[in-house]
Design a protein around this ligand. Structure first.
Ligand code: FAD
Length: 413
């Protein structure tokens, strides 16, 4: 049995947010542990660099874990155990203690006050230097396996030995990309994209590109998927937080439907059809002497209102008092349950994540250790965890990396 004062080695596979957080925390907490990060590409922390439009949405100002876990479509029970150990407040304090202050925007997203993801990268790199973490670029791990008590990491031309492994290689969009991990016999939930926008090809609504509303309710027909929030019309279909949230919650369902389904948009989410009908006569009488195009009583964007009038075959010059009941019904229907056929998706460039990965029931959420193999840990997006936009994905990366580090250090002692 090896003693702690004999050097033990931790190899972290992947130089992303989760891998770095595991490596720098383990190296700091266990100065005698040799920590190596293996990164297959020429750069570490590449996603951190581009994240949040170059500003890095580090975490979310949601310090209540029971609320926080509601932002993750998959893995709630697992996340609860993980995130209680390292909350967004811990993330804020961790970076602040290292001179990186974070600020909160109106919607709760937290960014470095510098507005630059480079501050986060510099902080993690300085920490790695300070605690002597060995960084190896162009080191693509081909396979990992156990040889007696040691882990062997196969880099193709070279094999390295380790006491502990933390797999933090991020999410992979294709199942074959998990092949190098197959021999570990962990179940892999097949990957599908999360956080994408809806394509509505050939629909005239796309002529309104750039128009947005602060609140719309969108339902995917034939499913329970139903969200409310800001919606934006793009030149290919619909986007905005409400669509992204639906894509995250419905990642699997929508993939099964091959991204072909119908949606209903309620442009007036404060109303249901019957409540709008109840209100309608009042609205109509109030604006009787005005032209429909001139008086939009719902404060919808002008171009959108005109589009609805045209869709309901209502001449723009028509007076409210003269609106025939057929067109009136059509307009009410459009306002409350405007139907669109979605065909295809577009990946959201600001924040793309994969749904799927290493199945959570084979990982101990208290430690991030594999339940199948001792001294094998996982952190970050490789796990079947993904959050909606807003800093939740990085929060999982920091928290899982930290939990893995803490438990590796305990075991190394
Ligand atoms: C454009 C974009 C913007 C985003 N913005 C935000 C944001 O603002 N806020 C937020 O919360 N989330 C954001 N996300 C999501 C977030 O970036 C990820 O969830 C997070 O980076 C996952 O961290 P990770 O360390 O698990 O994986 P990654 O960051 O993907 O890192 C994994 C690393 O492992 C390496 N690797 C893979 N396989 C091997 C191998 N076999 N051997 C060696 N190395 C390997 C990869 O090259 C990579 O460097 C964004 C994502 C994208 C794509």
């Amino acid at each position: 049995m090896q003693h702690f004062n004999e050097e033990k080695t931790l190899i972290v596979i992947g130089g992303g947010a989760a891998g770095f957080f595991c490596a720098v925390n383990a190296a700091r907490l266990a100065p005698k542990l040799k920590v190596i990060i293996l990164e297959k590409s020429s750069k570490v922390l590449a996603k951190v660099k581009v994240s949040g439009g170059g500003r890095c949405n580090v975490t979310h100002h949601c310090f209540d874990v029971n609320e926080l876990i509601k932002k993750y479509p998959r893995g709630k029970n697992f996340l609860k155990k993980e995130l209680f150990q390292f909350t967004p407040k811990d993330t804020v304090e961790w970076f602040e203690r290292r001179g990186i202050a974070l600020k909160t925007e109106a919607d709760g997203r937290m960014f470095p006050v510098t507005n630059s993801s480079q501050s986060i990268i510099d902080c993690l790199l300085q920490e790695a230097t300070k605690y002597k973490v060995h960084l190896r670029l162009y080191s693509s791990v081909q396979k990992i396996f156990k040889d007696e008590n040691k882990w062997i990491v196969d880099l193709g031309m070279e094999k390295l030995q380790a006491d502990f492994i933390c797999v933090a290689c991020g999410g992979f969009p294709k199942l074959q990309q998990f092949d190098w991990l197959q021999n570990l016999q962990h179940k892999i939930d097949p990957p599908v994209p999360s956080l994408f926008t809806f394509n509505i090809p050939g629909n005239s609504v796309t002529s309104l590109m750039g128009v947005s509303v602060q609140r719309a309710q969108v339902k995917v027909l034939g499913t329970k998927l139903n969200e409310e929030g800001p919606l934006m019309i793009t030149h290919w279909g619909m986007s905005g937080p409400v669509v992204l949230r639906l894509s995250a919650w419905g990642a699997r369902t929508l993939a099964e439907q091959n991204y072909h389904y119908k949606i209903h948009v309620n442009w007036l989410p404060d109303f249901k059809e019957h409540t709008l009908r109840e209100e309608w006569n009042f609205i109509r009488n109030k604006h009787a002497a005005q032209k429909m195009n001139d008086k939009n009583p719902f404060e919808l964007p002008k171009r959108l209102w005109q589009y609805f009038l045209e869709k309901a075959e209502i001449p723009l010059e028509m007076f409210w008092s003269k609106l025939p009941s057929k067109q009136q019904n059509k307009l009410i229907q459009i306002l409350i349950a405007d139907e669109y056929e979605v065909h295809g998706k577009t990946t959201f460039k600001e924040e793309f994540v994969t749904c799927g990965g290493i199945a959570l029931n084979e990982i101990d959420a208290q430690t991030m250790q594999s339940k199948l193999h001792e001294n094998l840990f996982f952190a970050g997006e490789i796990l079947d965890v993904d959050g909606i936009t807003g800093g939740f994905n990085f929060q999982h990366a920091w928290a899982s990396g930290w939990v893995a580090a803490k438990n590796i250090v305990i075991k190394a002692d």
